[in-house]
Design a protein around this ligand. Structure first.
Ligand SMILES: [Zn+2]
Length: 325
């Protein structure tokens, strides 16, 4: 049996604001949820969809017992659809979007909302994005489209301009740390810092897959700054990892070098801390900042549509040049 999704506790303010707009009949037809990695866009979008569909909504969202909630729990709600990236390229393709568009034209079965979720909407391919455009303009009565994306810059401007953008932020850090403590072993506060502030990102970092990835990234980082091996070989060693993960991690580590230099609390895994402190003398603080910015910009652009190796090889070559001074 599935369970309904609670609103992430640090996002309750955002949730309450949207519920209020829905009560006043002022909810936009298309929402674009944005925010840093792991802030909880997916959970929030799901919670929002369930709350909008519920017939006896409570203060905290869906009631869990009305007919609509029972259909949601059974995974058979007639007025709810969700699209997620699929296939080897992990993109949202045109056919499912066309079906969704047709479905949205139908009237909601019981005169309530009809809700469509598009997770990681920044992976919509071009044709899929085009198919969505008209619907975003005139979604039909009581239709609500909820898009979520970390890299909104990768979405066509035509899509962005037709959605109301809502940036989810950390409103309640103590609540996030409390939530993390209940869901992980170890120091929740350190994990949250290391993850760059996203509680779900902190949680993902606890799994074996991430730990293995971190080991590869640490080795690549050392080799890069200590001039061991070619940049081609180093970027090859990361070819199985997600580009976005590589860029986000390296950008955090560059910032960590700056923080260590300034004796600021950095919050990092001890293995990471020691590798950074071994390599930070290789560059000036100013150059670390430059590298941090470049990596962050790449991370936020649509670099995920390129191959990991191409993106990484480019930035690694530049870093090598800077390290040579
Ligand atoms: Zn309900």
């Amino acid at each position: 049996m599935n369970a309904l999704t609670p609103c992430p506790p640090w996002l309750r303010e955002d949730g309450a604001a949207l519920m209020e707009r829905s009560r006043q009949g002022r909810l936009p037809h298309a929402l674009l949820l944005n925010g840093i990695d792991g802030i909880g866009k997916r959970a929030f979008a799901q919670w929002l969809a369930e709350s909008l569909l519920c017939r006896k909504r409570t203060e905290t969202g869906a009631c869990g017992s009305c007919e609509s909630c029972r259909q949601l729990l059974a995974g058979s709600h007639p007025d709810f659809r969700k699209l997620v990236p699929e296939g080897a390229n992990a993109t949202i393709k045109v056919d499912p979007v066309r079906e969704l568009v047709e479905w949205l034209q139908l009237t909601a079965s019981e005169g309530s909302y009809r809700v469509a979720l598009l997770e990681q909407a920044d992976t919509l391919n071009r044709n899929a994005a085009n198919s969505l455009l008209k619907t975003l303009e005139e979604p039909g009565d009581h239709a609500v489209l909820i898009l979520s994306a970390t890299r909104t810059g990768a979405l066509p401007a035509t899509i962005r301009s037709r959605c109301q953008k809502i940036t989810l932020k950390m409103h309640d850090r103590p609540a996030a740390i409390e939530w993390l403590s209940q869901n992980m072993e170890g120091a929740a506060e350190t994990a949250l810092l290391e993850a760059g502030g996203g509680p779900y990102a902190a949680l993902n970092m606890q799994n074996k897959e991430f730990q293995d990835a971190r080991e590869l990234l640490l080795k690549a980082w050392k080799d890069l700054f200590e001039h061991k091996g070619s940049v081609g070989r180093i970027s090859d060693s990361l070819s199985n990892l997600d580009t976005s993960l590589c860029l986000a991690t390296f950008s955090r580590w560059a910032l960590l070098a700056v923080k260590q230099e300034a004796n600021l609390p950095a919050g990092a895994d001890p293995d990471v801390s020691s590798v950074i402190s071994e390599t930070r003398h290789r560059l000036s603080n100013e150059t670390w900042f430059t590298i941090h910015d470049r990596l962050l910009q790449l991370h936020r652009s649509d670099s995920a549509s390129f191959k990991t190796q191409t993106v990484l090889e480019g930035i690694f070559a530049d870093i090598r040049l800077m390290t040579n001074g």
